[in-house]
Design a protein around this ligand. Structure first.
Ligand code: ZN
Length: 421
């Protein structure tokens, strides 16, 4: 019998995780999907439910200064294995995004507790990050960025939801004092490794017909506005060879970014295009496009930006227009830990015979934890339809079982890895 046909640890019950996820869906979803937006009553209800699930274990549970919920099973060593996820969802969200990670973590805590009679070799901690999605205030990774110390306090202080409620006021309502949120960083003091399971939210594993993958890291992002400045002119009286057409130069960028992305193996998107004066009878005077470029490798990302800038200058020159750039946002790539990637691959292979390595396009809390130097790894499970942030988000139950098994094997291997350090 090949090793991957052996079930997982007999103390682990992946079917219980699926049943609990369905129970959570029943409690916090409606006909449009999951409604666990952070800091709202239904999110609080989801957390109360989670506490009741954990309450049967001899664990210590507390909320940190940023509203992250930590569950700790003390081990022989204070050095801690962290397992993370998020109970919050976008409005009308899927039933697995974020809470699959948390509930798999709960099952793994139960297994470790049973196997080591309440005293594992290292401390094991489950964290439910607060407001991963940023659905209400437009700023994702709130709890993990506060904990990692990278949260921009000035920017966050001024954030408001659509009803005009500020983030500090929303936090106060759930007992979190905004000015102290970075005190949560103390939680990472003994962190020796961080693991996060997540649905892929894209089609890569689906297209390869593979259930699970080891994540190499999260993409770095360069996001810019590019403005081409030409000259407005009458559409009837201006000969084609006399035009300074800002749109012509901008439009040439569209096929160019496909060439650049193809050459370097990243992704590039022009997501917005605004023309001025924007009327049917005028040559375009000004054209503003946005460019979002992502790559796992910092040097390749810088090269993609360089080539886009050179191309924009060339197209501007050809058309007799000017071009200016404005950086909107950037984040460095966050590669995960090479030894943990290898452990993740091995856990997946042992569970389903074959693994695959892939980068993550979306950011996750894991990127924040990796950013402060804690060895980090993520595991992805296939998304049906390759879709998330939608009520149709789904994963086959057999794949859910496999992911809990493989993630548990990864946790066990990582505990041994920490103990060896
Ligand atoms: Zn998520």
């Amino acid at each position: 019998m090949p090793s991957h046909e052996r079930g997982g640890n007999p103390l682990l019950e992946p079917r219980r995780t699926i049943a609990e996820l369905k129970e959570l869906r029943q409690l916090t979803s409606d006909e449009n999907g999951a409604q666990r937006v952070a800091f709202t009553p239904r999110w609080l209800a989801a957390r109360d439910w989670l506490r009741r699930k954990l309450g049967t274990l001899p664990v210590e549970i507390h909320t940190d200064a940023a509203g992250n919920l930590w569950t700790t099973l003390r081990g022989e060593s204070d050095r801690a294995l962290l397992i993370g996820g998020h109970m919050d969802s976008v409005p009308n969200g899927g039933w697995l995004d974020g809470c699959l990670n948390v509930m798999a973590g709960v099952e793994i805590l139960r297994r470790i507790h049973a196997q080591y009679r309440g005293r594992p070799p290292v401390t094991v901690r489950l964290v439910d990050w607060a407001d991963e999605e940023g659905a209400r205030f437009g700023k994702s990774l709130f709890g993990s960025s506060a904990c990692a110390g990278s949260l921009n306090m000035g920017e966050a202080r001024g954030l408001k939801d659509k009803d005009g409620i500020t983030l500090p006021d929303a936090l106060k309502a759930v007992g979190v004092e905004f000015e102290r949120v970075k005190d949560s960083g103390a939680e990472l003091e003994n962190a020796a490794a961080y693991l996060e399971l997540h649905i892929e939210q894209g089609p890569v594993l689906l297209d390869l017909d593979l259930p699970l993958g080891a994540v190499l890291g999260t993409f770095g992002v360069e996001r810019h506005a590019i403005v081409f400045h030409g000259q407005a002119a009458h559409s009837g009286s201006t000969p084609m060879n006399r035009r300074k057409d800002a749109f012509l130069a901008a439009a040439k960028m569209s096929p160019e970014i496909y060439r650049i992305a193809g050459k370097h193996g990243g992704v590039c998107t022009i997501g917005s295009c605004i023309t001025k004066p924007g009327i049917v009878t005028s040559v375009v005077e000004e054209c503003r496009i946005t460019l979002d470029q992502r790559h796992l490798d910092a040097a390749a990302l810088a090269q993609m930006l360089e080539e886009a800038k050179a191309a924009a200058a060339r197209f501007a020159g050809e058309g007799g227009v000017r071009v200016t750039w404005e950086r909107l946002w950037q984040i460095a790539p966050r590669p995960f830990h090479p030894e943990l990637i290898a452990l993740c691959d091995a856990a997946i292979e042992e569970t389903c015979g074959i693994s695959h390595r892939l980068p993550s396009g979306p950011l996750h809390d894991a990127a924040e934890v990796a950013g402060v130097g804690v060895p980090t790894i993520m595991m992805f499970v296939q998304s049906l339809h390759g879709i998330s942030h939608n009520k149709i988000e789904d994963t086959k139950e057999e794949h859910l079982e496999l992911c809990v098994q493989a993630f548990d094997r990864l946790a066990e291997r990582t505990m041994a890895w920490i103990a060896r350090q």
